[in-house]
Design a protein around this ligand. Structure first.
Ligand SMILES: [Zn+2]
Length: 340
């Protein structure tokens, strides 16, 4: 008996080792996962804290972090990075301008890091962060009403900008920050690690019902993902939800293609008619198992966005359409869903 249990313990330990080495063990939310030597993925607590996913790469002389997160997300991440390396955190890459990906920039700056982004992130901030740029209160001020972590710091737009791509390469690790066009926003950047074939997508690709479509363009989104697919990623780390394989890009793209195809069928209808057809479109999409996971609470707003893109009139009351824009207050409001 004794030798058997020792044997089974040994087998268990061995299997755990093999699984961890092959990356098959799934880390949970808020857990650090080394997805390749020196490359880390961290799935943020979205439902509780509104946090996005993060990645980071330990270079010879510094650490590059992927996504700024909310201030509370950045503050939680820094000790986790520090537990792995004492190399300075030099860069924080904002995959886009949304609060849960960029409002933590000041926290990173306080720890010596410069925020990096595609030029489109700055353009989007000028459009929506009117308070910072001398106009009426904008999204930051709105978010600060519900989130003490945002209220306690300030907006820090990225100061290191690239038009097409920016490359970090120390001979061992290589990260290419690339803009492929409009998708989730007009400033989406991807972090591509060609040596490991790992792709960090920001919210241009998510793994679950987390697509906020208000700042992007669904038609261009499909084309942008088509270009991204040519990279040949084997591991995809999305902006929200669990990591996965290259099929995630395919499924995310299929969701928009199907959504557009279904809305197009009713696009010549009056807004009242389209509103009534939402449940029908929803059940059609839910029947497709590849894309069912993308159908969630924001579905009406997503249908409306596509309908408007196709020349139709808005049909949701603004309050209802914006409901999913309300930021998750720092752990206090579990009901609202963040602007992703
Ligand atoms: Zn977003």
């Amino acid at each position: 008996m004794k030798s058997r249990s020792v044997f089974s313990l040994t087998i268990t330990a061995f299997l755990s080792f093999v699984l961890s080495q092959s990356g098959l063990l799934f880390a949970g939310i808020n857990e650090v996962e080394e997805v390749a030597p020196g490359v880390y993925f961290h799935e943020g607590d979205l439902s509780g804290r509104g946090h996005c996913n993060n990645g980071w790469v330990v270079f010879e002389d510094y650490v590059l972090v992927i996504d700024g997160n909310f201030p509370s997300g950045a503050s939680e991440l820094i000790p986790k990075i520090r537990a792995i390396t004492n190399k300075p955190i030099r860069f924080a890459f904002d995959t886009h301008h949304h609060g849960d990906h960029a409002y933590g920039n000041q926290i990173w700056a306080d720890h010596g890091a410069v925020a990096v982004a595609h030029v489109g992130v700055m353009e989007e901030m000028k459009k929506y962060e009117t308070g910072y740029f001398g106009g009426k209160p904008g999204r930051w001020e709105d978010t600060a009403k519900d989130r003490p972590d945002v209220a306690a710091t300030r907006l820090k737009p990225p100061t290191l900008l690239f038009r097409k791509e920016m490359i970090f390469d120390d001979g061992k690790h290589r990260v290419e920050l690339i803009h492929f066009g409009t998708a989730h926003t007009h400033g989406d950047g991807f972090a591509w690690l060609p040596n490991e074939r790992i792709l960090f997508t920001g919210d241009a690709c998510v793994n679950g019902p987390y697509n906020y479509m208000g700042d992007g363009d669904s038609g261009e989104w499909i084309g942008t993902l088509e270009a991204v697919k040519t990279l040949g990623a084997v591991l995809v780390c999305p902006g929200h939800g669990a990591k996965g394989g290259s099929e995630m890009l395919e499924n995310q793209q299929a969701f928009f293609s199907e959504l557009r195809a279904e809305v197009k069928k009713v696009a010549d209808q009056k807004p009242e008619a389209v509103k009534g057809l939402i449940d029908q479109i929803k059940s059609t999409l839910k029947k497709n198992e590849k894309i069912a996971k993308y159908v969630g609470d924001s579905f009406s707003a997503q249908v409306e966005k596509v309908y408007v893109e196709m020349g139709g009139q808005s049909f949701l009351a603004r309050a209802a359409a914006d409901e999913h824009l309300r930021p998750v207050s720092d752990g206090k409001d579990q009901e609202a869903v963040a602007r992703k």
